[in-house]
Design a protein around this ligand. Structure first.
Ligand code: GDP
Ligand code: CA
Length: 319
């Protein structure tokens, strides 16, 4: 059985995984999920990217929105607001609240996040092994200019409240230096037949995962070919504001620049969209095998074709 390891953020990672499962239903898939977006709200531990993967693969996602639960209601949020308790800018629905309550209760009882995630997945049956990148607390902060001062804000405040509209100067995964990969992460990378970077955010999703000491090294040292898919198509992110965080780390918003940012020490192969076919030569000049194929995840079939192309490229670079 083919062992595939995917380093995933939220929406881009989750949608890609759905296509991957459809392309290779019998593969053994391990997902290393980003937890740098995690935030404590109302005393609860919220893990947006892990939940997006779990809900998407488990059939509970709000399809159009891409995050949160389908058929959601917001009574708890409204009641909290009536007490003047916020933040009002982070949308937690009633169904979603239950997930965070269960998670927080288990963490308080002493279970590590990896065990809690496994317990939550027992309900959702995502059909992949979902591992947090670490059981330790890592929180991405963004250095911004706000109200005349330079200050660090939580990633969610930058992304959701400020909509990435204020200048960002640095992205800091606070706590990463002391964090250890969660149990199973390094073992999965070492045993992988293929490692994939889905079209997730290269800075605050895949970048945060790689910032946990040992993970970048394990990807670089793995026997398996490493193939990524560009989240940047035609010079801008397909969705969201990845261009803003790329700028903050000095990387241009092009498919080729993102490949060079990961570099040939990590990547063996890179897929760009057909509209970026002119980037292939530049990526190959950087020592990374590159192909231009359609990269729009419009539906599961289109996404499955992308996954199949990534696996084909992995086979080619291995040969
Ligand atoms: P987040 O944690 O929810 O922000 O999700 P990820 O980090 O997993 O993915 C976000 C990235 O997915 C964005 O930078 C988007 O450009 C990218 N993305 C979303 N939809 C598509 C798509 O259909 N095709 C490609 N190539 N990228 C996409
Ligand atoms: Ca995210």
């Amino acid at each position: 059985m083919q062992r595939i390891v995917v380093l995933a953020g939220g929406i881009g990672g989750a949608r890609f995984l759905r296509g991957l499962k459809s392309a290779v239903p019998d593969a053994d898939i391990t997902v290393i999920g980003n937890t740098g977006d995690d935030i404590h709200l109302f005393g609860l531990k919220v893990c947006p990217d892990l939940d997006t993967v779990m809900y998407t693969l488990g059939g509970g996602i709000h399809e159009e929105q891409g995050w949160g639960r389908a058929g959601e209601t917001f009574a708890v949020k409204e009641e909290l607001a009536a007490y003047g308790v916020g933040p009002e800018w982070f949308g937690l629905g009633d169904r979603d609240f239950a997930t965070h309550i269960v998670r927080t209760q288990m963490l308080a009882a002493g279970y590590p996040l990896s065990a809690v995630t496994e317990a939550l997945c027992a309900r959702w049956q995502p059909g992949v092994r979902l591992l947090p990148m670490t059981d330790d607390r890592v929180e991405t902060h963004v250095l911004v200019d706000l109200e005349g001062a330079r200050k660090a804000v939580h990633f969610q405040e930058y992304w959701v409240r400020l909509r990435a509209e204020v200048p960002a100067h640095a992205i800091v995964p606070v706590g990463a230096e002391e964090a250890k990969p969660a149990p199973g992460v390094l073992e999965a990378l070492a045993a992988a037949d293929v490692i994939l970077f889905p079209p997730s955010n290269p800075v605050v999703s895949v970048g945060s995962i790689l910032s946990v000491p040992g993970i970048r090294e394990a990807v670089a040292a793995a026997d398996a070919p490493v193939v990524g898919l560009s989240p940047i198509v035609g010079g801008s992110p397909v969705r969201g504001m990845a261009d803003k965080v790329l700028a903050a780390v000095g990387v241009e918003s092009t498919a080729a620049a993102v490949a060079r940012h990961y570099g040939s020490d990590l990547l063996d192969g890179w897929l760009v969209d057909t509209v970026d076919a002119q980037a292939v030569a530049e990526v190959e000049a950087a020592g990374i095998r590159c192909r231009a194929v359609p990269l729009m995840m419009t539906d599961t079939d289109a996404t499955a074709k992308m996954a199949a192309e990534a696996l084909a490229l992995a086979g080619e670079v291995r040969a």
